[in-house]
Design a protein around this ligand. Sequence first.
Ligand code: UD1
Ligand code: CA
Length: 470
Amino acid sequence: MSTTVILLAAGQGTRMRSALPKVLHPVNGRPMVDFVVAAVAALDPERLVAVVGHQGERVADHLATSAPGAVVVEQVPQRGTGDAVAHGLTAVEGERGCVVVVSGDCPLVRGAELARLVAHHERCGAAVSLFTAEVAEPGGLGRIVRDGSGRFARIVEAKDASEAELAIREINTGLYCFDLAFLRAALPKLSSDNAQGELYLTDVVEMAVAEGRPVEGLAYPVAAEVMGVNSRMDLAAAAAHARARVNQALMASGVSLIDPAATYVEAGVTVGQDTVLHPGVCLHGATRIGAGCEIGPCSVYIDAELGDGVVDRGHSHLEGCVVAEAAQLGPFARLRPGAQVGREARVGNFVEIKRSTIGEGSKVSHLSYIGDTVMGAGVNVGAGTITCNYDGANKHQTVIGDDVFIGSDTQLVAPVEVGAGALIGAGTTVTGDVPPGALTTSRAPQEDREGAGARYLARVKEEKAKRSRE
Ligand code: UD1
Ligand code: CA
């Protein structure tokens, strides 16, 4: 039978108190609505209709990339969920088949469960089938009211409910499957005579009951997955759930998480077997980590690629970079876009690397800035070495040959090239190219004036003592 999905995303999401439309709020790094789009894809629907309204253009622009096949319908003004579905139906032809209605604020719903709802609906020939859930704190959700023999009677919204109805713990998840012909006939009959003055989709259930048409309630197996996101609290809870899913899959595939509750990995990230992630690690975007790596506490990676056996001692910040196998990073390494760290190379504490290649086995261990540099293999860069790559207008390149040894506190004023095997003395300002194998220094000769230091220190100490006596 043909299946249409109507995705509701027109509401303002008032309770979020946000300038960003609710359905675009990220859950573990991915806009909420994209989760729902992915879940409904499991139904392989004939069409997906997205109803947008509040900041509709912004939501529609987003859906154009994340759900390119979707038909977008505008609902202005937003007169309730029943009105939203009626708008959605304007994009649906024919009278046969079923319509699955989902909300863009229900990011954790599983596609397989939606498929189960549709299958059940078709088997029973129901007018309406919906997922319900038993929850401890039903809060503002719609309550399922059943008759004396336990059959569906209606759904009552929290704002319209009596004390007795508010005590009901079976709630409407907002995930439905409707018979298309029934839905099309029922929607025009909705009334806004309720506490919110809205056209409630939920009132359609009572109509089906009144017509003696079958209404099927299915219990959704994990209530936490269908609670919907209405507030920032709900958003945090949904994000924790989404992260737990990713983390469980990682652990099942052989990755160790020292503390899964404190490990933040987005869904698009891959991590190899026997890699260990320490607490506070945040892995974003298209980050790919090899096997047998150790990622220390609190490191943040964005679109970083690591080979096997890399050790990061933690607190590092990596973005848009490639690190080859068995390299060592951090603590406090900073790799910016275009950084490429070679096999067994080392980038130590408080070292920043931007758009540069660090050759195999080269070491930049302490307090350096390396930018726009091509560095060969086996290079040793002393503490505090800086590439002066920027002249105020343009960036210039530094080239460092294989096996160069650079003394501490060296400045390499680009453009400059240091030939292979050269030795740069500590504190040198390199302004011209260095021939291979050269020993280069640029220091003023050392001068020692005997006793002058001690005399100076004694004098200032005496002056200080005098001041404190006055
Ligand atoms: C709705 C249900 C409630 C259910 C809950 C589950 C109704 C009347 N109530 O309540 O029974 O327990 O979901 O989460 O349906 N929307 C539009 N246009 C509108 C109004 C809403 O597109 O005019 C969209 C919203 O963007 C949202 C969805 O519909 O994605 C649900 O609306 P929301 O206001 O969040 O409904 P709830 O109060 O949560
Ligand atoms: Ca909601």
